[in-house]
Design a protein around this ligand. Sequence first.
Ligand SMILES: Nc1nc2c(c(=O)[nH]1)N[C@H]1C(S)=C(S)[C@@H](COP(=O)(O)O)O[C@H]1N2
Ligand SMILES: [Mo]
Length: 258
Amino acid sequence: MNSHAFHPRRRLFFRTLAAAGAVLVAGCDKLSRTEWFPKLLSNTEILTRKAQRAILPRKSMAQEFPESERSPEFRSNGTAMPENPQYKALASSGFAAYGLEVGGLVEKPVIFSLEELRALPSRTQITRHDCVEGWSAIGKWKGVPLMAVLEAVRPSAAARYVVFHCADPMESDGSSPYYESIDMDDAYHPQTILAYELNDKALPIANGAPIRLRVERQLGYKHAKYVMRIELVDSFEKIAGGKGGYWEDQGYEWYAGI
Ligand SMILES: Nc1nc2c(c(=O)[nH]1)N[C@H]1C(S)=C(S)[C@@H](COP(=O)(O)O)O[C@H]1N2
Ligand SMILES: [Mo]
């Protein structure tokens, strides 16, 4: 199936699912820590996942949009400024000293400067971001395909997931940094990029500077901002709450395909 030519009925189906999700889910804020929340979400998400599996092959492309459909503004959600002294120091000098460490189950760990990331092949895409809170925005992203970064570090055969460690602590005592993970299918997908530009400008801090993940067939919370370190693993059981992401540890589905 050509994913650029969604049948209108299928689109309606996805919108209906998304709307159902939006009503059930207050997501992305502290409200979601109530007890009923994880259960409700996972029922919805199981439905979404089954529908997604039945209709869309994993390798299909997310819809891309013309410039004319770009949202006038791409709002910020979740962290807008990491409460992390090291991050603030990096930011105050324009991220000149930033280094993206890519390691774990790889043959050749590398630390990439921003300059090195920008020197790799780039991809630009105008896509729609869907947050489980029920808002969407269309933005233009430029970045390096994660595939190119992985080719440089050569994942070992045992690698099954790519974990993104972020700069922002989610607890007021500075602990629980945001993190996320995706599988190798999504990692090598052509629209999966480490973005350094939003709407033709350097990525703003509010949207994840200097590097944020775009994984276009997944819901908003998978799109890790402030990525400081990338780790290839065979399991995320031993990382933080063991569910593969900050919000997953609170009860969100790990597979947030849309
Ligand atoms: N590091 C980090 N990444 C994050 C978040 C966050 O709070 N911290 N919030 C997530 C959620 S829920 C959404 S919807 C998007 C918001 O991205 P934006 O701020 O560019 O709109 O980032 C995701 N990635
Ligand atoms: Mo979100």
